[in-house]
Design a protein around this ligand. Structure first.
Ligand SMILES: [Cu+2]
Length: 274
């Protein structure tokens, strides 16, 4: 008798994984797997609940059919099975929240990498585009002040500050390097998110990051890129008539050499507001 080929079985099992079943998009950041895992766990719970409720519904159709129960029972259920089941569901939800979601949130929000060991980018959203800024060769962003903000100077860079002279500014295009950082892992990227007008939301699905862009606030987020690629940036808050135009933003993960070349090609083109 021929043995069932192990490879075929493996292939079938692989194609049945939850992330494929859910059609989750390409994953390009390290923490993204944890986001996906939470989505997958919640879906498993929902599948169990769905099947459970459906089975119970079908059961009641037969069990309490009029032919078997010509007279209604005014006492109803006397055991506590439903209470136990409710308790179990609440327990699973509690575990998901306390053991999975909260620790993940704490890591993402509290354990920021060192600025000096990260690629840093500023983003100022506006109707309907993404202004992008890099600190340039000196590694320091120029001084910013509200009074300097104009149509061309979305970041309010002080034209007299030397640190600002080499800053690199682009529109709708972020490049980050995929390279080993000081700690041996992929070099982290910190993105500082703000807005010039209304509330927008910086979302890169492939990186599993979303952060509201709020006028008057600068909110940092961070990630470690996992693979090279060109990933769409979306605005995740309905911000006006041209909201969908904000999907013209792209985040490119590329080699260190390609990143440096791109940055050099943009240098000097940006901060010319006098
Ligand atoms: Cu927007």
């Amino acid at each position: 008798m021929r043995r069932f080929p192990a490879n075929a079985l493996k292939q079938i099992l692989n194609s049945l994984t939850m992330s494929k079943l859910l059609g989750l998009p390409v994953l390009a950041s390290e923490h993204g797997q944890q986001v996906d895992n939470l989505i997958i766990y919640v879906h498993w719970l929902m599948i169990v609940l769905f099947v459970g409720w459906l089975a119970y519904f079908v059961y009641t159709l037969f069990r309490f059919h009029r032919s078997r129960n010509p007279k209604a029972d005014y006492f109803g259920v006397r055991n506590h099975a439903s209470s136990y089941i409710e308790g179990a569901v609440a327990l699973v939800e509690g575990i998901l929240l306390v053991a999975v979601a909260v620790p993940f949130w704490a890591r993402a929000v509290e354990k920021f990498p060192k600025e000096s060991e990260s690629t840093r980018v500023q983003v100022v959203a506006q109707q309907f585009a993404w202004n992008i800024r890099y600190p340039g060769k000196d590694g320091e962003f120029g001084r910013q002040e509200m009074q300097f903000v104009t149509a061309d100077n979305a970041f309010g860079v002080d034209p007299k500050d030397e640190h600002g002279k080499d800053d690199v500014q682009t529109l709708n295009e972020i490049h980050v390097p995929l390279v080993k950082g000081a700690d041996g892992n992929n070099k982290p990227v910190i993105v500082y998110i703000s807005s010039k007008d209304v509330i927008h939301s910086f979302k890169v699905i492939a990186l599993r990051i979303t952060q509201d862009a709020i006028p008057g606030m600068r909110i940092p987020i961070w990630f470690r890129p996992l693979q090279e690629g060109r990933f769409q940036i979306n605005c995740a808050q309905l911000c006006g008539n041209g909201h969908s135009n904000m999907a013209q933003g792209f985040l490119v993960v590329e080699s260190q050499a390609a990143y440096e070349k791109w940055l050099a090609s943009k240098a000097g083109a940006a901060t010319s507001f006098e």
